[in-house]
Ligand binder design. Structure first.
Ligand code: NAG
Ligand code: NAG
Length: 368
Protein backbone atom coordinates (compact mmCIF):
# COMPACT_ATOMS: atom_id res chain seq x y z
CA UNK A 1 0.00 0.00 0.00
CA UNK A 2 2.80 2.39 0.90
CA UNK A 3 4.13 2.58 -2.64
CA UNK A 4 0.72 3.75 -3.84
CA UNK A 5 1.12 6.88 -1.79
CA UNK A 6 4.73 7.77 -2.46
CA UNK A 7 4.14 10.13 -5.32
CA UNK A 8 5.97 13.03 -3.67
CA UNK A 9 9.46 11.92 -4.72
CA UNK A 10 8.46 11.86 -8.36
CA UNK A 11 6.87 15.29 -8.19
CA UNK A 12 9.95 16.87 -6.63
CA UNK A 13 12.11 15.22 -9.27
CA UNK A 14 10.02 16.66 -12.09
CA UNK A 15 10.00 20.11 -10.48
CA UNK A 16 13.75 20.06 -10.02
CA UNK A 17 14.20 19.19 -13.68
CA UNK A 18 11.95 22.11 -14.48
CA UNK A 19 13.99 24.53 -12.39
CA UNK A 20 17.19 23.23 -13.91
CA UNK A 21 15.70 24.00 -17.31
CA UNK A 22 14.92 27.62 -16.35
CA UNK A 23 18.37 27.94 -14.83
CA UNK A 24 19.95 27.07 -18.19
CA UNK A 25 17.77 29.60 -19.97
CA UNK A 26 19.08 32.50 -17.91
CA UNK A 27 17.60 34.23 -14.91
CA UNK A 28 15.91 37.15 -16.51
CA UNK A 29 14.39 35.33 -19.37
CA UNK A 30 10.98 33.97 -19.67
CA UNK A 31 9.79 30.45 -20.01
CA UNK A 32 9.39 29.46 -23.65
CA UNK A 33 6.94 31.70 -25.44
CA UNK A 34 5.37 32.94 -22.23
CA UNK A 35 2.78 35.70 -22.66
CA UNK A 36 3.52 36.84 -19.11
CA UNK A 37 6.55 36.37 -16.84
CA UNK A 38 4.80 34.11 -14.31
CA UNK A 39 1.57 33.05 -12.67
CA UNK A 40 0.81 33.17 -8.94
CA UNK A 41 -2.14 31.05 -7.84
CA UNK A 42 -4.45 31.44 -4.84
CA UNK A 43 -7.32 29.05 -4.28
CA UNK A 44 -8.81 25.75 -3.27
CA UNK A 45 -8.80 22.15 -4.50
CA UNK A 46 -9.80 23.27 -8.00
CA UNK A 47 -6.27 24.63 -8.32
CA UNK A 48 -4.21 22.79 -5.67
CA UNK A 49 -1.16 21.22 -7.33
CA UNK A 50 0.19 19.57 -4.18
CA UNK A 51 0.30 21.97 -1.23
CA UNK A 52 -1.92 19.69 0.84
CA UNK A 53 0.58 16.83 0.37
CA UNK A 54 2.68 18.75 2.88
CA UNK A 55 -0.07 19.30 5.46
CA UNK A 56 -1.50 17.01 8.08
CA UNK A 57 -5.01 16.98 6.74
CA UNK A 58 -7.80 14.70 5.61
CA UNK A 59 -8.17 16.84 2.48
CA UNK A 60 -5.62 15.09 0.28
CA UNK A 61 -5.52 13.65 -3.21
CA UNK A 62 -2.02 12.20 -3.39
CA UNK A 63 -3.24 8.64 -3.89
CA UNK A 64 -4.96 6.70 -6.67
CA UNK A 65 -7.16 6.94 -8.58
CA UNK A 66 -6.36 10.63 -8.73
CA UNK A 67 -3.84 11.35 -11.45
CA UNK A 68 -4.73 8.30 -13.52
CA UNK A 69 -4.56 10.46 -16.67
CA UNK A 70 -1.76 12.72 -15.44
CA UNK A 71 1.61 12.34 -17.19
CA UNK A 72 3.16 9.22 -15.67
CA UNK A 73 -0.26 8.24 -14.25
CA UNK A 74 0.83 9.72 -10.94
CA UNK A 75 -1.24 11.05 -8.07
CA UNK A 76 0.38 14.43 -7.43
CA UNK A 77 -2.08 15.93 -4.99
CA UNK A 78 -4.33 17.29 -7.72
CA UNK A 79 -8.00 16.56 -7.08
CA UNK A 80 -8.47 15.34 -10.64
CA UNK A 81 -7.91 12.42 -12.97
CA UNK A 82 -5.36 14.60 -14.77
CA UNK A 83 -4.55 18.27 -15.03
CA UNK A 84 -6.59 20.92 -13.26
CA UNK A 85 -7.55 24.49 -14.13
CA UNK A 86 -4.26 25.94 -12.89
CA UNK A 87 -2.32 23.57 -15.16
CA UNK A 88 -4.39 24.49 -18.22
CA UNK A 89 -4.12 28.17 -17.46
CA UNK A 90 -0.33 27.91 -17.21
CA UNK A 91 -0.23 26.03 -20.53
CA UNK A 92 -2.30 28.72 -22.21
CA UNK A 93 -0.03 31.44 -20.84
CA UNK A 94 3.07 29.50 -21.88
CA UNK A 95 4.50 29.52 -18.36
CA UNK A 96 5.41 26.53 -16.17
CA UNK A 97 2.75 25.16 -13.82
CA UNK A 98 3.49 27.10 -10.64
CA UNK A 99 4.94 24.70 -8.04
CA UNK A 100 3.24 24.27 -4.66
CA UNK A 101 4.73 26.80 -2.24
CA UNK A 102 5.13 24.11 0.42
CA UNK A 103 7.16 21.89 -1.93
CA UNK A 104 9.92 24.42 -2.55
CA UNK A 105 13.15 23.07 -1.01
CA UNK A 106 14.68 25.40 1.56
CA UNK A 107 18.08 25.14 -0.10
CA UNK A 108 16.88 26.29 -3.53
CA UNK A 109 17.58 29.74 -4.95
CA UNK A 110 14.32 31.29 -3.77
CA UNK A 111 14.56 34.26 -6.08
CA UNK A 112 14.83 32.05 -9.14
CA UNK A 113 11.98 29.83 -8.06
CA UNK A 114 9.69 32.65 -6.96
CA UNK A 115 10.26 34.51 -10.23
CA UNK A 116 8.73 31.60 -12.16
CA UNK A 117 5.48 31.67 -10.22
CA UNK A 118 4.21 29.92 -7.11
CA UNK A 119 0.96 28.22 -6.19
CA UNK A 120 -0.54 28.69 -2.74
CA UNK A 121 -3.79 26.87 -3.61
CA UNK A 122 -4.86 24.36 -1.02
CA UNK A 123 -7.70 21.84 -1.03
CA UNK A 124 -10.49 22.86 1.32
CA UNK A 125 -9.47 26.50 1.43
CA UNK A 126 -12.02 29.22 1.84
CA UNK A 127 -12.28 32.98 2.03
CA UNK A 128 -13.16 32.65 5.71
CA UNK A 129 -10.57 31.39 8.17
CA UNK A 130 -13.28 29.24 9.74
CA UNK A 131 -13.79 27.23 6.53
CA UNK A 132 -12.08 23.85 7.02
CA UNK A 133 -9.97 25.47 9.69
CA UNK A 134 -6.80 23.51 10.48
CA UNK A 135 -7.21 21.34 7.38
CA UNK A 136 -5.84 23.64 4.69
CA UNK A 137 -4.05 26.88 3.89
CA UNK A 138 -6.82 29.43 4.22
CA UNK A 139 -6.80 32.30 1.74
CA UNK A 140 -5.39 34.57 4.45
CA UNK A 141 -2.57 32.09 5.11
CA UNK A 142 -1.91 31.87 1.36
CA UNK A 143 -1.53 35.65 1.25
CA UNK A 144 0.81 35.54 4.27
CA UNK A 145 3.02 33.13 2.34
CA UNK A 146 2.80 35.30 -0.76
CA UNK A 147 3.93 38.29 1.29
CA UNK A 148 7.09 36.30 2.13
CA UNK A 149 7.61 35.66 -1.58
CA UNK A 150 7.13 39.36 -2.26
CA UNK A 151 9.62 40.28 0.46
CA UNK A 152 12.25 37.95 -1.01
CA UNK A 153 11.79 39.33 -4.51
CA UNK A 154 12.03 42.93 -3.34
CA UNK A 155 15.12 42.16 -1.29
CA UNK A 156 16.87 40.31 -4.11
CA UNK A 157 15.81 42.31 -7.17
CA UNK A 158 15.12 45.69 -5.65
CA UNK A 159 11.70 47.23 -5.39
CA UNK A 160 11.46 48.58 -8.95
CA UNK A 161 12.42 45.35 -10.68
CA UNK A 162 10.22 43.24 -8.41
CA UNK A 163 7.25 45.54 -9.11
CA UNK A 164 7.94 45.37 -12.82
CA UNK A 165 7.95 41.57 -12.76
CA UNK A 166 4.83 41.23 -10.61
CA UNK A 167 2.81 43.88 -12.42
CA UNK A 168 3.09 41.86 -15.64
CA UNK A 169 2.38 38.51 -14.00
CA UNK A 170 -1.03 36.86 -13.73
CA UNK A 171 -2.58 36.41 -10.28
CA UNK A 172 -5.17 33.64 -10.52
CA UNK A 173 -7.82 33.42 -7.79
CA UNK A 174 -10.15 30.39 -7.53
CA UNK A 175 -11.97 30.42 -4.19
CA UNK A 176 -15.40 30.55 -2.55
CA UNK A 177 -16.89 27.09 -3.19
CA UNK A 178 -15.89 25.67 0.19
CA UNK A 179 -17.31 28.60 2.14
CA UNK A 180 -20.65 28.15 0.41
CA UNK A 181 -20.65 24.35 0.70
CA UNK A 182 -20.14 24.73 4.45
CA UNK A 183 -22.97 27.25 4.64
CA UNK A 184 -25.30 24.81 2.87
CA UNK A 185 -24.20 21.93 5.13
CA UNK A 186 -24.95 23.94 8.24
CA UNK A 187 -28.55 24.51 7.21
CA UNK A 188 -29.88 22.53 10.16
CA UNK A 189 -29.82 25.61 12.36
CA UNK A 190 -31.78 27.71 9.87
CA UNK A 191 -33.14 30.26 12.33
CA UNK A 192 -29.64 31.14 13.53
CA UNK A 193 -28.18 31.49 10.07
CA UNK A 194 -27.60 34.62 8.07
CA UNK A 195 -29.56 34.80 4.81
CA UNK A 196 -27.79 33.67 1.61
CA UNK A 197 -27.38 37.31 0.59
CA UNK A 198 -25.93 38.31 3.96
CA UNK A 199 -23.58 35.37 3.90
CA UNK A 200 -22.36 36.09 0.37
CA UNK A 201 -21.97 39.78 1.22
CA UNK A 202 -19.68 38.82 4.08
CA UNK A 203 -17.62 36.64 1.73
CA UNK A 204 -17.31 39.40 -0.86
CA UNK A 205 -16.40 42.00 1.71
CA UNK A 206 -13.66 39.79 3.11
CA UNK A 207 -12.46 38.96 -0.41
CA UNK A 208 -12.20 42.63 -1.30
CA UNK A 209 -9.77 43.17 1.57
CA UNK A 210 -7.81 40.08 0.58
CA UNK A 211 -7.48 41.14 -3.06
CA UNK A 212 -6.40 44.62 -1.95
CA UNK A 213 -3.72 43.05 0.17
CA UNK A 214 -2.44 41.08 -2.86
CA UNK A 215 -2.56 44.31 -4.89
CA UNK A 216 -0.53 46.10 -2.23
CA UNK A 217 2.05 43.33 -2.66
CA UNK A 218 2.54 44.12 -6.34
CA UNK A 219 -0.26 42.29 -8.16
CA UNK A 220 -1.93 44.17 -11.02
CA UNK A 221 -3.49 41.51 -13.27
CA UNK A 222 -6.13 39.32 -11.67
CA UNK A 223 -7.61 36.28 -13.38
CA UNK A 224 -10.62 35.76 -11.15
CA UNK A 225 -12.39 32.44 -11.62
CA UNK A 226 -15.93 32.56 -10.27
CA UNK A 227 -17.59 29.60 -8.61
CA UNK A 228 -19.38 26.84 -10.51
CA UNK A 229 -22.91 25.49 -10.01
CA UNK A 230 -21.83 23.81 -6.79
CA UNK A 231 -25.33 22.47 -6.19
CA UNK A 232 -24.85 20.22 -9.23
CA UNK A 233 -21.76 18.45 -7.96
CA UNK A 234 -22.45 14.73 -7.43
CA UNK A 235 -22.15 15.09 -3.66
CA UNK A 236 -25.05 17.53 -3.41
CA UNK A 237 -27.13 15.75 -6.07
CA UNK A 238 -26.67 12.58 -4.04
CA UNK A 239 -28.29 14.28 -1.06
CA UNK A 240 -31.39 15.15 -3.10
CA UNK A 241 -33.81 12.22 -3.44
CA UNK A 242 -34.49 13.13 -7.06
CA UNK A 243 -30.81 13.41 -7.94
CA UNK A 244 -31.35 17.02 -9.00
CA UNK A 245 -29.11 19.95 -8.23
CA UNK A 246 -29.27 21.61 -4.83
CA UNK A 247 -31.13 24.83 -5.48
CA UNK A 248 -29.80 26.80 -2.51
CA UNK A 249 -26.17 26.02 -3.36
CA UNK A 250 -26.56 27.08 -6.98
CA UNK A 251 -28.32 30.25 -5.85
CA UNK A 252 -25.44 31.09 -3.50
CA UNK A 253 -23.01 30.65 -6.35
CA UNK A 254 -25.00 33.01 -8.57
CA UNK A 255 -25.04 35.60 -5.76
CA UNK A 256 -21.31 35.13 -5.23
CA UNK A 257 -20.48 35.62 -8.90
CA UNK A 258 -22.67 38.73 -9.04
CA UNK A 259 -21.07 40.09 -5.89
CA UNK A 260 -17.56 39.36 -7.13
CA UNK A 261 -18.30 41.07 -10.45
CA UNK A 262 -19.30 44.37 -8.84
CA UNK A 263 -16.60 44.15 -6.18
CA UNK A 264 -13.91 43.76 -8.87
CA UNK A 265 -15.34 46.68 -10.81
CA UNK A 266 -15.24 48.80 -7.67
CA UNK A 267 -11.66 47.74 -6.89
CA UNK A 268 -10.61 48.71 -10.38
CA UNK A 269 -12.10 52.16 -10.09
CA UNK A 270 -10.58 52.61 -6.62
CA UNK A 271 -7.12 51.40 -7.51
CA UNK A 272 -6.86 52.60 -11.09
CA UNK A 273 -3.95 50.51 -12.28
CA UNK A 274 -5.49 47.14 -11.50
CA UNK A 275 -6.97 44.96 -14.26
CA UNK A 276 -8.98 41.79 -14.14
CA UNK A 277 -10.75 39.15 -16.05
CA UNK A 278 -13.79 37.56 -14.43
CA UNK A 279 -14.86 34.10 -15.54
CA UNK A 280 -18.38 32.97 -14.67
CA UNK A 281 -17.82 29.25 -14.19
CA UNK A 282 -21.49 28.75 -13.29
CA UNK A 283 -22.88 29.92 -16.63
CA UNK A 284 -20.27 28.01 -18.60
CA UNK A 285 -20.60 24.75 -16.71
CA UNK A 286 -24.41 24.87 -16.65
CA UNK A 287 -24.32 24.84 -20.45
CA UNK A 288 -22.48 21.53 -20.38
CA UNK A 289 -24.92 20.16 -17.82
CA UNK A 290 -27.98 21.28 -19.77
CA UNK A 291 -26.80 20.27 -23.24
CA UNK A 292 -24.18 17.61 -22.59
CA UNK A 293 -24.23 16.08 -26.08
CA UNK A 294 -23.38 19.42 -27.71
CA UNK A 295 -20.22 19.55 -25.63
CA UNK A 296 -19.20 15.90 -25.91
CA UNK A 297 -20.44 14.78 -22.49
CA UNK A 298 -22.57 11.72 -21.76
CA UNK A 299 -22.62 11.75 -17.94
CA UNK A 300 -23.45 14.95 -16.12
CA UNK A 301 -24.67 13.64 -12.77
CA UNK A 302 -22.50 10.78 -11.58
CA UNK A 303 -18.89 11.11 -10.55
CA UNK A 304 -16.43 8.97 -12.45
CA UNK A 305 -14.59 7.86 -9.31
CA UNK A 306 -16.29 7.01 -6.03
CA UNK A 307 -18.78 4.59 -4.51
CA UNK A 308 -22.52 4.51 -3.92
CA UNK A 309 -25.35 6.29 -5.76
CA UNK A 310 -23.89 8.59 -8.43
CA UNK A 311 -20.47 7.43 -7.15
CA UNK A 312 -21.01 10.24 -4.69
CA UNK A 313 -21.38 8.57 -1.34
CA UNK A 314 -17.65 7.96 -0.94
CA UNK A 315 -14.74 10.04 -2.21
CA UNK A 316 -12.28 8.89 -4.84
CA UNK A 317 -10.00 6.75 -2.70
CA UNK A 318 -8.02 3.63 -3.63
CA UNK A 319 -10.93 1.26 -2.91
CA UNK A 320 -13.36 3.30 -5.04
CA UNK A 321 -14.29 2.27 -8.54
CA UNK A 322 -13.72 4.56 -11.50
CA UNK A 323 -15.05 4.83 -15.02
CA UNK A 324 -13.15 4.13 -18.21
CA UNK A 325 -14.91 6.84 -20.24
CA UNK A 326 -13.46 9.76 -18.31
CA UNK A 327 -13.61 12.14 -21.26
CA UNK A 328 -17.41 12.08 -21.32
CA UNK A 329 -17.90 12.69 -17.59
CA UNK A 330 -18.26 16.23 -16.27
CA UNK A 331 -17.22 15.22 -12.75
CA UNK A 332 -14.20 13.22 -11.70
CA UNK A 333 -15.17 12.73 -8.06
CA UNK A 334 -18.05 13.95 -5.90
CA UNK A 335 -16.79 17.57 -5.94
CA UNK A 336 -14.27 18.05 -8.72
CA UNK A 337 -14.45 18.28 -12.50
CA UNK A 338 -12.62 15.91 -14.81
CA UNK A 339 -9.53 17.05 -16.65
CA UNK A 340 -11.68 17.36 -19.78
CA UNK A 341 -14.13 19.72 -18.07
CA UNK A 342 -11.33 21.82 -16.54
CA UNK A 343 -9.64 22.15 -19.93
CA UNK A 344 -12.84 23.27 -21.65
CA UNK A 345 -13.60 25.83 -18.95
CA UNK A 346 -10.12 27.31 -19.18
CA UNK A 347 -10.45 27.53 -22.98
CA UNK A 348 -13.49 29.74 -22.49
CA UNK A 349 -11.89 31.80 -19.72
CA UNK A 350 -8.86 32.35 -21.90
CA UNK A 351 -10.37 33.04 -25.30
CA UNK A 352 -14.10 33.39 -24.66
CA UNK A 353 -16.36 36.44 -24.44
CA UNK A 354 -19.39 37.78 -22.59
CA UNK A 355 -21.48 36.53 -20.84
CA UNK A 356 -18.89 33.99 -19.72
CA UNK A 357 -15.82 36.13 -19.30
CA UNK A 358 -15.58 39.93 -18.89
CA UNK A 359 -14.65 42.76 -19.09
CA UNK A 360 -11.91 40.98 -21.05
CA UNK A 361 -10.73 37.41 -21.41
CA UNK A 362 -7.47 36.17 -19.92
CA UNK A 363 -5.64 36.39 -23.24
CA UNK A 364 -6.51 40.09 -23.41
CA UNK A 365 -5.56 40.56 -19.76
CA UNK A 366 -2.15 39.00 -20.43
CA UNK A 367 -1.54 41.24 -23.40
CA UNK A 368 -2.13 44.50 -21.49
C1 NAG B 1 19.76 33.49 -7.06
O1 NAG B 1 19.21 34.01 -8.24
C2 NAG B 1 19.33 35.41 -8.38
C3 NAG B 1 18.52 35.89 -9.57
O2 NAG B 1 18.26 34.92 -10.48
C4 NAG B 1 20.81 35.78 -8.48
O3 NAG B 1 20.96 37.17 -8.64
C5 NAG B 1 21.48 35.30 -7.21
O4 NAG B 1 22.87 35.55 -7.29
C6 NAG B 1 21.24 33.83 -6.96
N1 NAG B 1 21.72 33.51 -5.63
C7 NAG B 1 22.52 32.47 -5.41
C8 NAG B 1 22.92 32.26 -4.00
O5 NAG B 1 22.90 31.73 -6.30
C1 NAG C 1 -34.14 18.60 -5.10
O1 NAG C 1 -34.57 18.68 -6.44
C2 NAG C 1 -35.84 19.27 -6.63
C3 NAG C 1 -36.15 19.25 -8.11
O2 NAG C 1 -36.48 17.99 -8.51
C4 NAG C 1 -35.85 20.68 -6.10
O3 NAG C 1 -37.15 21.24 -6.24
C5 NAG C 1 -35.44 20.66 -4.65
O4 NAG C 1 -35.36 21.99 -4.17
C6 NAG C 1 -34.09 19.99 -4.50
N1 NAG C 1 -33.68 19.94 -3.12
C7 NAG C 1 -32.77 20.76 -2.64
C8 NAG C 1 -32.37 20.52 -1.21
O5 NAG C 1 -32.24 21.64 -3.29
Amino acid sequence: MASLFSSRGVVSFVLLLGWWGFHLMGYNCCYGEGMVPAMYVFGDSLADVGNNNHLETLLKADFPHNGIDYPGHKATGRFSNGKNSADFLAEKLGVPSSPPYLSIPSNSNKTDVFMNGVSFASGGAGILDSTNSGQCLTLNKQIDYYSTVYGTLVQQLGSAQAQEHLSKSIFAVIIGSNDMLNYVKSSSSKNLKSTPQQFVDSLISSLQGQLKRIYNLGARKFAFIGTGPIGCCPSLRHQNKTGDCNVEANYLSVLYNKGATSMLQELKSQLGDMSYSFFDTSSALLLYIQKPASYGFAEVKAACCGLGDLNAKIACIPISTYCSNRKDHIFWDFYHPTETTAGMLVNTAFDGAQPFVYPMNIRQLSAL
